[in-house]
Ligand binder design. Structure first.
Ligand code: C2O
Ligand code: CU
Length: 449
């Protein structure tokens, strides 16, 4: 490919994997090519199957992908806090699958993990997901079977749980960020199970986009931007221009004190909500050493004659119990991978010397118990560690609880303690959300009884 630009890695340490191709991105206006995506409150079925997507700019080649109800990303699913989502998943993909509802403090039987919480949904079969959403916020759904391949092929979408009394905005916009490894023709490059990718940063794409659910806004509009990193491996640093406002939530959980936007970093599966006022074309850029790589934009046309204005305040507080003193202290050491990772496990990656799912859980908790887990990254790569069914507090160096998250990014050599109230009974995965790492051993589970 021509015009290739090497970009800094997620952590800014080194370039990793194939470069993103700048030519394709900068050659065309992205606003015009947002994929069609409906926002459906009363979706009753999600049919997964092959779709043809226009990932490259209009006029360039199309991409054979998987989607839901005919599009990738699948439809934005919207419901109110406390409501029940009741959806028939119809698997017509040609391969076994299952859907996981990422970040929802869900009934364990509905968590969508084949072999742990449900049988796999074979091709041609259906599975009914039915669950209440206890928290308002930005979540997402994605395949949890051969996820390193099926998420890469497009089996995911946004899951939005609205506050009973949502903050006033002119547009509530979902922004799904992803990268793809494409031929010049637009075809997905095969080799999803590539062990070399698994041993390094994962399958990084050569083309990236931020896909917004809205193409036009007005100057003066107040917008809520719900950013979701749906990539299987890439950590996205992100700059947003054309708005002034604040970050109001991380991983669906409201911040007690909204923050200045600044430079954002989103690990795979992480989300971030911004509420802001539009000052001009809204642009999403990936900063690189060679300058900004444009991921997408929302055009600003005309002026809002009656701006909402005023300071962006906090969202209603999360319903998660406040931090309590831990009754267990555990250590989870990330091990393996290329560049010197050694361990006792039998695959590329391991937690505490064990690759993949052991017979016994990593830990057992009595329902309501609080535990501190020290995550040690003893590898040469960043990892985004995700716990199912719960949110946890990231602890600062002094042990004070900070942000509530369901996925925490741990840089090479870094240690991060988390504090979690295990109040949701069941069997829950704990894994790296770099999906190739998960596939190659970086996963375990906990049991809450
Ligand atoms: Cu978003 Cu186990 O995954
Ligand atoms: Cu990882």
């Amino acid at each position: 490919m021509t015009g290739i630009t090497r970009m800094a890695s997620a952590t800014g340490r080194r370039p990793q994997g194939p470069a993103l191709t700048r030519r394709m991105v900068l050659g065309a206006g992205l606003a015009a090519v947002a994929l069609p995506r409906a926002g459906l409150a009363a979706e009753r079925r999600l049919t997964a199957g092959p779709v043809i997507a226009q990932i490259l700019p209009e006029g360039d080649g199309t991409t054979a992908m998987l989607g839901l109800n005919g599009t990738t990303p699948g439809p934005d699913l919207r419901l109110r806090q406390g409501e029940v989502l009741d959806v028939m998943f119809e698997n017509r993909t040609g391969a076994a699958s299952a859907l996981h509802w990422h970040g929802i403090r869900i009934d364990n039987a509905m968590d969508g993990v084949p072999g742990l919480t449900q049988p796999v949904v074979e091709d041609g079969e259906d599975f009914r997901y039915r669950f209440a959403a206890p928290d308002a916020g930005t979540f997402w759904y994605h395949s949890h079977n051969r996820s390193w391949e099926q998420v890469e092929r497009g089996l995911y979408g946004a899951l939005i749980v609205e506050e009973p009394d949502p903050p006033a905005v002119d547009h509530d916009i979902t922004v799904l960020i992803d990268d793809w490894r494409l031929e010049e023709t637009g075809a997905l490059i095969e080799g999803f199970g590539n062990r070399h990718d698994f041993a390094h940063a994962g399958r990084l794409g050569n083309y990236a986009r931020a896909i917004a659910s809205v193409t036009h806004v007005r100057r003066g509009d107040r917008v809520r931007l719900r950013l979701i990193n749906a990539a299987t491996a890439r950590v996205f640093p992100l700059e947003i221009s054309g708005v002034t406002g604040r970050i109001v939530a991380l991983d669906g959980m409201p911040l007690a004190a909204p923050r200045e936007i600044g430079e954002i970093v989103l690990a795979p599966a992480q989300r971030l909500d911004v509420i802001a006022d539009v000052t001009g074309t809204v642009r999403f850029d990936f900063p690189t050493r060679q300058g900004p790589y444009e991921l997408g934009r929302i055009a600003a046309e005309g002026d809002n004659p009656e701006p909402i204005g005023g300071v962006v305040g906090p969202l209603p507080a999360a319903r998660v119990a406040p931090p309590a003193a831990p009754t267990q202290r555990l250590t989870l050491r990330m091990e393996g991978g290329a560049m010197g990772g050694r361990h006792a496990g039998d695959d590329i990656w391991a937690f505490n010397g064990i690759s993949g799912m052991a017979e016994a859980p990593f830990a057992r908790f009595a329902r309501g118990e609080t535990a501190e887990i020290v995550l040690i990254n003893d590898t040469a790569f960043p990892h985004g560690i995700h716990l199912h069914g719960h949110h946890f507090f990231e602890l600062d160096a002094g042990g004070a609880p900070g942000d509530l998250r369901d996925t925490t990014l741990v840089a090479p050599g870094e240690t991060r303690a988390i504090l979690c109230g295990f109040d949701n009974p069941g069997k829950w995965l704990l894994h790296c959300h770099m999906l190739g790492h998960q596939a190659a051993g970086m996963k375990t589970w906990v049991e809450v009884a």
